[in-house]
Design a binder for this molecule. Structure first.
Ligand code: PEP
Length: 253
C-alpha cells in the first residue's frame, strides 16, 4: 500500500501559495523516476485556493483536497461548499470530521458520515478523522471513544474502496505532544480491527490509516515505520514545503 502524506493548511495562506507545489517538487524530486514512488502527497488548502492549487500542482504528481464539505449536494447553505463543488475544482480528497470541525462547529458522527457519503458520491476520497481527548485517554476510554466515532462516522455507502481514516488524538494536535509509539501502534491496530469487522480482513488491509498530531521531520520516521501507520495528516509542519518534504522523505527510510 502507498503511504499518504497529507497537509492540512487550515485557514492559512493566499493565492501566492499556488507556487508551493512547485517548491515542494523541487525539494522532493519526481516520483515517476522511481524515487519516492511509494508516497502520495496531498495538500488541502482553504477552499478559495483549490482551483489555483490544482492548476499549480499539474505535472507535480500532487493531489489537492478540501478540508471539509457540506453533506448536501446543493442548496441554501450560505457559506458552505459541497463535495461536488470540490470535485468540480479538481480536488480528489476531502477531510471530514476533523476535531476542529467537531469541537468548534458542532459536527456529530452522523453529520461526518453524511459528509463522507456525499464525498464518495462525488467520487472524492473522504479522510475520516477520529481521536480522543486528553481526559478520555487519561481515563482509559480512548479505544472505546475512537471505536464508537469510527463505527458511526463511516457511512453505510462505504465499501472500503475509497476511504482513508486519520487517527488524530485531539490533545496532540498543534501542541507538540505525541502519544508513545506503542500507543499509536495499539490504536492503529484497534482501528484496523474495526475496519476488518466492517469490511473483511482483506479489504481492511487496503485502507490507509493515517496518524495526525504534531508530526514533524524529527518524529516522522519512527511514526511512519509503525506497521499499521500508512501515512500522516499534518497541520503546522505541512505549511512549510521543506518540512513536508522531509516528512515524506522519512517514508523512504
Ligand atoms: C491537524 O490539525 O490535523 C494536525 C495534525 O495539526 P498539527 O500537525 O499541527 O498537530
Amino acid at each position: 500500500m502507498k503511504t499518504l502524506i497529507a497537509a492540512n493548511w487550515k485557514m492559512h495562506g493566499d493565492l501566492s501559495w499556488r507556487a508551493k507545489p512547485n517548491a515542494f517538487r523541487r525539494a522532493y524530486g519526481v516520483p515517476t523516476h522511481g524515487k519516492n514512488s511509494g508516497v502520495d502527497i496531498l495538500i488541502c488548502p482553504p477552499s478559495h485556493m483549490i482551483c489555483a492549487l490544482v492548476d499549480g500542482a499539474k505535472g507535480h504528481d500532487i493531489h489537492i483536497g478540501g478540508q471539509n464539505c457540506h453533506q448536501a449536494e446543493t442548496g441554501a447553505f450560505t457559506g458552505e461548499i459541497s463535495a461536488n463543488m470540490l470535485a468540480d475544482c479538481g480536488a480528489t480528497y476531502v477531510i471530514v470530521g476533523h476535531s476542529e470541525r467537531r469541537a468548534i462547529f458542532g459536527e456529530t458522527d452522523s453529520m461526518v458520515a453524511e459528509k463522507a457519503d456525499s464525498a464518495i458520491t462525488a467520487k472524492l476520497v473522504p479522510i475520516i478523522c477520529v481521536g480522543e481527548s486528553r481526559e478520555q485517554r487519561e481515563s482509559g476510554q480512548a479505544d472505546e471513544v475512537v471505536g464508537d466515532q469510527l463505527k458511526s462516522s463511516i457511512p453505510a455507502s462505504a465499501n472500503g474502496d475509497t476511504l482513508v481514516i486519520a487517527y488524530e488524538p485531539v490533545w496532540a494536535i498543534g501542541t507538540g505532544l505525541v502519544p508513545t509509539l506503542d500507543d499509536i501502534a495499539a490504536m492503529h491496530d484497534h482501528i484496523r480491527g474495526i475496519l476488518s469487522t466492517r469490511f473483511g480482513d482483506e479489504k481492511a488491509q487496503t485502507i490507509q490509516i493515517l496518524y495526525g498530531g504534531s508530526v514533524k521531520p524529527s518524529n516522522a520516521k519512527d511514526i511512519l515505520a509503525l506497521t499499521d501507520v500508512n501515512g500522516a495528516l499534518i497541520g503546522g509542519a505541512g505549511l512549510d514545503m521543506e518540512s513536508l518534504c522531509a516528512i515524506a522523505q522519512a517514508v523512504e527510510g
